[in-house]
Ligand binder design. Structure first.
Ligand code: FES
Length: 161
């Protein structure tokens, strides 16, 4: 392929990407786009103290992982096979609980709080925030359960990467 064709192709790709970004900016807040592009805490944490995996109404799945010491969340992460909005919501859910006590986190994490911190979402995407909130709340509940039944942790099944 000639150099001119290469340059044309590159310019076309750049313009297309810019067009897509402009469309996204009309629908989504900067907070959502930032996390979409650079999600925080997007990894599977080994041997978590709290864990949950939930499949949402759309069929996407989210996992939440918590490391907790003296009832304080010292590390929190998530993983999902969902879309960009789901990733942004998962990221925000983990950011919300960082450094919080178990009780503070439980009181704080909700669909409304995730939506508020993300600057809102279009109506068809609200279920992504619901999925993130529900998964985080179940991971917190799992921590409480594990604490009471510590021996069961050995048998808990967490999917391999
Ligand atoms: S589209 Fe399925 S959770 Fe976002």
């Amino acid at each position: 392929m000639s150099q001119k064709n290469d340059q044309d192709l590159e310019r076309f790709a750049r313009e297309l990407q810019e067009q897509i970004m402009n469309q996204l900016r009309q629908q989504y807040s900067p907070q959502v786009i930032e996390r979409w592009q650079n999600p925080h805490n997007f990894y599977r944490l080994e041997n978590p103290d709290g864990y949950a995996k939930v499949t949402g109404s759309c069929g996407d799945t989210m996992e939440m992982f918590l490391k907790i010491q003296n009832d304080r969340i010292i590390e929190s992460s998530f993983f999902t096979d969902g879309c960009g909005t789901t990733i942004a919501c998962g990221s925000m859910a983990t950011e919300l609980v960082e450094g919080k006590t178990f009780t503070e986190a439980l009181a704080l994490v909700s669909t409304e709080e995730i939506l508020k911190k993300l600057g809102g979402l279009p109506e068809p995407d609200v279920h992504c925030a619901q999925l993130a909130a529900e998964t985080m709340r179940r991971a917190l509940a799992d921590y409480l359960y594990q604490k009471k039944h510590a021996w069961k942790k050995i048998y808990r099944k967490i999917e391999e990467k």
